[in-house]
Design a protein around this ligand. Structure first.
Ligand code: HEC
Length: 202
């Protein structure tokens, strides 16, 4: 009988200690995190809205986070900073508007938390989404032509048609991004975790 009580107390204690350590403590540590307000009233981070928010949903829906992380480890915990993925480690504050967080678990491709700074060109992102081989020969990222429309029969070139490098597609091919592609690019360009934060002494 004594053993049963002992076992029971052990199980309850394990659950309580785990809950305190994994749920309550982080909640106490992080619940007061707020955006930083700069001298000119500018806030960091900015809550995603409009096309950026749409892009974030499409990013999650297409499973980009199964190949891309959005978290840069501190110095001494890997080569993230040496690879040029960011200028500082990421902190919890970077992700306060990330619900659900898209931190990612695997890195088949590079970390994207700072891709808006690293690659600011719309056309580059669109070409890369249409067919990663065009911008990054040998890429294993899946092409996503379904995010684009072929408009080969149009007389005038639409203003937003992709500008292909010479020799990649047949002459006269007109490919236009759908709204979802534009939204993903708006989201990617909004990813910028380079602002100095008090948590990281640089
Ligand atoms: C199967 C894995 C995989 C998936 C899914 C995937 N990627 Fe990639 N991605 C890669 C790899 C590998 C690279 C590196 C080669 C290259 O640039 O294409 C990459 C590169 C990139 C880059 C360029 C990064 C840099 O530093 O130059 C961007 C931007 C990107 N991916 C965005 C996306 C988006 C947006 C999605 C979802 C719509 C996505 N990826 C889905 C594997 C993936």
């Amino acid at each position: 009988m004594n053993r049963v009580v002992f076992l029971y107390v052990g199980i309850v204690a394990t659950v309580i200690v785990s809950f305190a350590g994994l749920v309550s403590l982080p909640e106490i540590q992080l619940r007061d995190l707020a955006p930083i307000v700069g001298e000119n009233g500018e806030e960091y981070p900015v809550e995603p809205q409009g096309l950026v928010l749409e892009g974030r949903r499409a990013y999650a829906g297409l499973g980009c986070m199964y190949c891309h992380s959005q978290q840069i480890r501190p110095e001494g915990f890997g080569s993230d900073l040496d690879r040029g993925w960011g200028s500082r480690r990421t902190v919890a504050r970077d992700h306060i508007y990330d619900a659900p967080p898209l931190l990612g678990t695997m890195r088949t491709g590079p970390d994207l938390v700072n891709i808006g700074v690293r690659q600011p060109s719309d056309n580059w992102h669109l070409l890369h989404l249409y067919s990663p081989e065009i911008t990054s020969p040998g890429s294993t990222m899946p092409p996503m032509p379904f995010l684009f429309e072929n408009r080969s029969l149009e007389l005038e070139t639409p203003y937003d048609a992709l500008a292909f490098p010479p020799g990649v597609v047949e002459e006269g091919t007109l490919v236009v991004p759908r709204r979802e592609a534009k939204a993903i690019v708006a989201y990617l360009k909004s990813l910028n975790a380079s602002r100095p934060v008090p948590e990281v002494v640089q």
